[in-house]
Ligand binder design. Structure first.
Ligand code: HEM
Length: 149
């Protein structure tokens, strides 16, 4: 889930306003400026992520792996600071539950003739960033007991 949030943050651009005059990396930002934080680009920045475009969930098993709660600025799927996401925990539970149920209850196949390496993982940019090309996957129910959904 963390690696998916890094590569495909649901909200790719954060819109903020500077509350005070400030200087960031030598650039002066006057008070009341509108500031856009490109979470998508930050998550794929080759100067902080090795193989930034590769899907490697194991990178988050490292002891130095960044946290997603907003204190590590290279990974900001829920934003940071006073306006960060108040629904973070609920969002994480919902994602975990949905993925766990889908994996536990179904076997999944791609359409005939489509290989997993051929999936188009391009994002579509707007207020949120859904897939540009819909994923078509075919579930088959695999549990014997109907009570276990
Ligand atoms: C995986 C799921 C979610 C992700 C990735 C996500 C991400 C974000 C991000 C990036 C922001 C903007 C933070 C910023 O500008 O610094 C935000 C704001 C917000 N989110 Fe979420 N969110 C998720 C789920 C939820 C849920 C489940 C709720 C409510 C039930 C929620 C409610 C809000 C609200 C109210 C704000 C605006 C906070 C403010 O402006 O002070 N989010 N979220």
């Amino acid at each position: 889930m963390k690696e998916t949030l890094r590569l495909h943050p649901p909200i790719p651009l954060l819109l903020h306003e500077a509350a005070a005059d400030s200087v960031v990396s030598g650039y002066s930002i006057p008070r009341d400026s509108r500031v856009m934080i490109n979470v998508y680009a930050i998550g794929r920045d080759g100067s902080v992520w090795s193989e930034p475009d590769a899907f490697k969930p194991g990178r988050f098993m490292e002891s130095e792996a960044p946290d997603f709660r907003g204190s590590d600025f290279e990974f900001l799927p829920f934003g940071s600071g006073r306006r960060s996401c108040p629904g973070m925990q609920l969002g994480l539970y919902a994602m975990e539950l949905a993925v766990a149920k889908m994996l536990h209850c179904f076997d999944w196949e791609l359409l005939e003739g489509v290989g997993s390496g051929e999936l188009d993982m391009t994002d579509m940019f707007g207020l949120t960033a859904p897939r540009a090309t819909r994923l078509i996957a075919v579930p088959s129910y695999r549990l014997k007991c109907p009570m276990v959904i």
